[in-house]
Design a binder for this molecule. Structure first.
Ligand code: 13P
Length: 256
């Protein structure tokens, strides 16, 4: 089945009121050229609401970079509830980014709990999975992907993937300039889809799987041509309007 491409920008801990305004000015203007592509931006939490105002009247969607796993608001200093993200206009939230797994101790069980809370709050989770270089070199890529995916399937069930997005982000490709080859990306995406298909073929064929890790204007087209690559989760290049828009153009041109 045809899956609509999605290009998502993960700004990470970058931006300022001024730089956000200039970036969104350009992106909102240019995005009209890509009617066949879903575009999502995920600013740091403090800027979500103001960026949301800049997106008014455009088709660009708004997401957060993480959320609390807590099901209810309350005494959790520093945390942000999914309902609050909805309240300020988010439709999506990234969960399980490798930086959160590696630097902030998020285990696959915590990520699964965040995924569940996101859906209970009406947010579409963008579930990030991916192996380190060490794991790839030890031929553990599939085992790692399976463990990260299965934690969510076990807690939330296969039906949860009707309204979720997966992002395959090999850790060794993030921020390194070392992109996965189209074949490496395709193999991992095909593997993830096959894992889901073992439980439900229809859901597996409809879920969008994004590739993330040093996607740039000059490599997006070949990556997006892969049969199971449905777009990208973009870090550094999402902070530069020309790069980000060129990546959206690559998604728009994709023929499948
Ligand atoms: P880069 O595009 O900067 O490699 O980051 C990818 C990423 O981590 C997106 O979530």
């Amino acid at each position: 089945m045809a899956r609509r491409p999605l290009v998502a920008g993960n700004w990470k801990m970058n931006g300022s009121r001024d730089s956000n305004a200039s970036l969104m000015h350009d992106v909102v203007f240019e995005a009209r050229n890509f009617p066949d592509v879903d575009i999502l931006v995920c600013p740091p939490a403090v800027y979500i609401e103001s960026v949301g105002r800049m997106l008014e009247g455009s088709a660009i969607q708004l997401g957060a970079q993480t959320l609390s796993e807590q099901g209810k608001p309350g005494a959790f200093t520093g945390e942000i509830h999914g309902g609050m993200l909805r309240d300020v206009g988010c439709t999506h939230v990234i969960v399980g980014h490798s930086e959160r797994r590696a630097l902030y101790g998020e285990t696959s069980n915590i990520v699964a709990a965040k995924f569940r809370t996101a859906q209970l709050c009406g947010l579409v989770p963008v579930l990030c999975v991916g192996e380190t270089l060490e794991q790839r070199e030890a031929n553990q890529t599939e085992a790692v992907l399976m463990e990260q995916l299965n934690a969510v399937v076990s807690l939330c069930g296969i039906a949860a993937f009707k309204t979720a997005i997966i992002a395959y982000e090999p850790v060794w490709a993030i921020g390194t300039g070392r992109t996965a080859t189209p074949q490496q990306a395709q193999d991992a995406h095909e593997f993830l889809r096959a894992q889901l298909a073992a439980s439900d073929a229809k859901i597996a064929s409809s879920v969008r799987i994004l590739y993330g890790g040093s996607v740039k204007a000059d490599n997006a087209e070949t990556l997006f041509k892969c049969a199971d690559v449905d777009g990208g989760l973009i870090g550094g290049a999402s902070l530069k309007s020309a790069e980000f828009m060129a990546i959206c153009a690559a998604a728009q041109m994709r023929e499948k």
